[in-house]
Design a protein around this ligand. Structure first.
Ligand SMILES: Nc1ncnc2c1ncn2[C@@H]1O[C@H](COP(=O)(O)OP(=O)(O)OP(=O)(O)O)[C@@H](O)[C@H]1O
Length: 315
């Protein structure tokens, strides 16, 4: 079931088009990783989804309701974890969550119970009566998440929730994202960290200059781009002559795009997914070249990104 539909939205700041005819949709239960370099338009898109910025053209549909025409209804289904911390430092962690819960209309027993649940989810139950002013950056980020989820939104949007925090808190956040998803929330997750997006997302959208330039699972993205795999072969004690003869024959193989000798190893480039390792091992063995190890590396999300945009994710 489609839970979010972004339909041809445009946002301009003066002459500058920050979001340009952007469309994508999310099925319930997905973790959608939104990747893009600085200024690609990710935060602007998120702000339009949650109703913090007006949409110039197009519309966004949350669970069948228009953000333009039914903003109160759509807001109730959404939880935003903003890029910049939105916390009150001088009241307790619990009071922060209660405050946001009340904004979403929770009260009484339901407010107390869902606040307990949100604090537990981010591992802050023990520290709930302390003020965030005394928290580490990671704990503040976790509290930021608790504030966004106390009203049990169906869609949780996280705008770079792990920027500048320690690895322990980072893992904690990733685990809570997985758990929230398992328990039924659909998630949009933006990050500059490729490994994170790759580890956590069920589908990835790549934005550049206000547009979505590619979308799919990581494997689908690899196939769209048709990137090549690298194969590293570590060889043992053979003569240069044997290696040279093997290299000549490897270069003739139709699936081998490139061969480079580097001391005791060979680096081969093969088309992605083509199963030709058997042939490579056969050629090496024919020339009495013994293999110590063989490793096939797929192109990383980072390489894919660079291929698509010509830019590094972090400028
Ligand atoms: N309030 C604003 N006024 C003018 N220009 C803006 C405003 N907000 C964003 N922009 C511009 O719109 C473009 C998209 O910015 P946005 O913050 O959405 O990108 P982003 O992909 O979220 O980048 P980052 O990863 O750095 O957060 C940028 O060129 C930015 O300078």
């Amino acid at each position: 079931m489609t839970i979010l539909k972004v339909d041809q939205i445009i946002k301009r700041f003066n002459q500058h088009v920050a979001v340009d005819h952007l469309s994508f949709q999310l099925e319930e239960g997905e973790i959608y990783g939104l990747l893009g370099p600085n200024g690609a338009g990710k935060s602007t898109t998120i702000q339009m989804i949650v109703g913090l910025l007006p949409i110039d053209q197009g519309d966004i549909w949350v669970d069948g309701h228009s953000v333009k025409n039914a903003p109160l209804r759509t807001k109730a289904s959404l939880g935003l974890v903003p890029q910049d911390l939105a916390l009150y430092e001088q009241i307790s962690a619990r009071d922060n969550v209660l405050f946001f819960g009340k904004l979403y209309g929770l009260k009484g027993k339901q407010l107390q119970e869902q606040t307990d649940e949100a604090l537990a989810r981010v591992g802050l139950t023990e520290r709930q009566y302390d003020k965030p002013a005394s928290f580490s950056g990671g704990m503040k980020r976790r509290l930021n998440i608790a504030c966004a989820i106390a009203h049990r939104p169906r869609i949780i949007i996280m705008d770079e929730p792990t920027v500048g925090i320690d690895p322990h808190s980072r893992n904690h956040i990733l685990e809570s994202v997985r758990k929230l998803n398992e328990d039924g929330s659909t998630i949009i997750y933006t990050s500059h960290y490729m490994e994170e997006v790759s580890a956590i997302s069920t589908r990835i959208g790549i934005m550049n200059e206000g547009r979505l330039i590619a979308q799919g699972t990581e494997e689908e993205l690899r196939q769209q781009i048709g990137s090549d795999d690298k194969v590293l072969v570590e060889i043992v004690s053979v003569t240069d002559q044997q290696v040279s003869e093997a290299v000549v024959e490897l270069k003739r193989h139709p699936s081998v795009l490139q061969v480079t000798e580097q001391g005791t190893s060979l680096e081969l480039v093969l088309p992605h997914r083509e199963e030709s390792l058997q042939d490579i091992l056969f050629i090496l063995s024919k020339h009495s070249v013994s293999v110590r190890s063989i490793v096939r590396e797929q192109p990383s999300l980072e390489t894919l990104f660079l291929t698509l945009t010509g830019r590094q994710l972090r400028d």
